[in-house]
Design a protein. Structure first.
Length: 357
């Protein structure tokens, strides 16, 4: 058993948690009710054989008219993980997802889904997956209940689950409305309900939060967490990087058809040497940076807005800054340490990769 003290990213409250190396737990901050998860560092007790992977992609390449949309990429997703698949527009995310699903014929590469080879065991592999496309489409003249009835019949699933699925995604007030009158967000929620038919072991979600307002983003987030708690593996792409950071055990970042990073968010930040940022509120600065702070060694960057200083620095400089401010008699109203975000790692990697190419 491992003890770990962590900080709530919202209210900065310190929490002490316990778990086994490699164990993933879900946490609710008792002070502000912010929800998140934490994976204890260290190896899990099982070996990473093929049986340990929900998805295993090796040497995947797909070309369109001589253009390599996906160029010899390899990655794997362990069973029980929530896995983020990221990249800018046109990076090859959707092509990769459609290739995994067998919707595109690839030039080369091997794909296994829940242990099944997509070429040799196509039916078993596809039965293992619940898939949400980036753009969902349904028959306009059907209601949500009729729509899910249709998909239950296709899959041979129990229709008694339908009302529960619609309630889970927040569509219980629209059961008798025609889908043709739905907003983009409501269609997305219906797509998520349809994806959950059959309780598959693996879910691949292409931009599941696209077009949703914050209220419905939370609904989708909670459904992803719930599916994962029931043992499902989830791979999803998203441009909402804060959600990826909150939910995902690991991420892969793809750019121009090639993988440029794959690791945990924490390890990406360490590898890129992205440092935490200090936010210090001092009465009376009025947009002027104190000279004593400019002279402290170890500061990478410093900026100011009104009475708030934004300082990126190493740990030694952080101590010196706080000490100097107090010694010079400045009245500090607030000090916050902002941990590096996935967005910072993503932007640094993409810009670095574009410069190389």
């Amino acid at each position: 058993m491992v003890d770990k003290t962590i900080m709530c990213p919202n209210c900065k409250n310190n929490l002490t948690i316990q778990g086994q190396p490699g164990e993933k737990i879900y946490i609710t901050c008792p002070k502000c009710d912010t929800k998140g998860k934490f994976t204890f560092p260290g190896k899990t007790s099982y070996e990473t054989t093929d049986d340990s992977y929900a998805l295993k992609i090796e040497g995947l390449t797909k070309t369109f008219n001589g253009f390599k949309a996906v160029d010899n990429i390899s990655f794997s997703v362990k069973k029980g993980e929530i896995f983020g698949f990221l990249g800018p527009n046109g990076a090859g995310k959707t092509t990769t997802i459609k290739s995994i699903l067998g919707l595109l014929r690839v030039d080369s590469g091997n794909i296994k889904i829940n242990g099944y080879d997509i070429k040799k065991n196509e039916i078993e592999a596809k039965r293992s997956i619940g898939y949400l496309p980036e753009r969902v489409a349904f028959y306009d003249n059907l209601t949500p209940i009729q729509t899910l009835n249709f998909f239950c019949e296709l899959q041979g699933a129990d229709k008694s689950i339908i009302r529960g699925l619609l309630n889970d995604v927040g569509l219980s007030d629209a059961l008798d409305r025609k889908v043709g009158g739905f907003s983009k967000g409501m269609l997305q929620l219906l797509g998520i309900a349809q994806t959950m038919i059959g309780k598959t072991p693996v879910y691949i979600l292409d931009e599941p939060m696209g077009g949703l307002d914050p209220r419905w983003v939370k609904v989708v987030r909670d459904r992803i967490i719930n599916l994962n708690e029931q043992g499902a593996t989830i791979m999803f792409s998203s441009h909402i990087l804060s959600e990826v950071q909150t939910l995902c055990d690991k991420v892969v970042i793809i750019n121009k058809g090639k993988i440029i990073a794959k690791d945990t968010v924490e390890n990406l930040n360490k590898h890129l040497k992205i440092r935490p940022r200090l936010e210090i509120t001092i009465d009376g600065l009025n947009g002027k940076i104190p000279e004593i702070i400019k002279k402290i060694d170890g500061i990478e960057s410093i900026d100011i807005k009104n009475d708030v200083l934004f300082i990126t620095c190493d740990s030694v400089a952080r101590i010196n800054i706080i000490s100097e401010i107090k010694d010079k008699g400045f009245e500090v109203k607030d000090i916050k340490t902002i941990e590096p975000s996935l967005e910072e790692a993503f932007m640094k990697l993409i810009f670095k990769d574009d410069e190389v190419k």
